[in-house]
Design a protein around this ligand. Sequence first.
Ligand SMILES: Nc1ncnc2c1ncn2[C@@H]1O[C@H](COP(=O)(O)OP(=O)(O)O)[C@@H](O)[C@H]1O
Ligand SMILES: [Mg+2]
Length: 143
Amino acid sequence: MIEVIIKSPACDESIEFLDRICEKTLMQAGFEDWRSISFAVHEIIINGIEATKQKCNENSSDKVITLKIYAKEDEVEIHVEDEGDGMDKGRLDKVNEMDFEDVLGDESGRGLLMVKHFVDKIWCEIGAKHSVKIQKRRGRNNE
Ligand SMILES: Nc1ncnc2c1ncn2[C@@H]1O[C@H](COP(=O)(O)OP(=O)(O)O)[C@@H](O)[C@H]1O
Ligand SMILES: [Mg+2]
């Protein structure tokens, strides 16, 4: 079991740092599909930073984005917490019903669809902070 929890300022400069941590952790834990999982997490981190910026008129560097990685024997769970207003209720339900054809001409909405494609489960929770969570089982390749 490898557990990593990182808090970083909710600004663009954190994206690459968090991406690298995610990649290294998944590699260290022996997840062969670390690339596709990290890509999914990258999309979720960008969304979290965007949502935080929107909430505080771009002055988001005093806000944090939190990445939590729980790499277990049979699966990895990754949580990305942000300080934005949270995802619309039903947004993820919509994503779960959509296919790539549905978003070809759309300005937004492709990111979460790709995330869905690469992981086994995506859901969000509003606790102390808004959090988007994914789970990917080891060995079953979604690529
Ligand atoms: N962490 C988040 N907080 C608030 N809204 C979010 C979050 N993540 C996603 N969303 C909402 O879901 C929409 C779709 O996200 P996505 O599929 O990544 O497309 P895009 O980022 O191109 O808009 C976003 O436009 C946003 O409205
Ligand atoms: Mg996005």
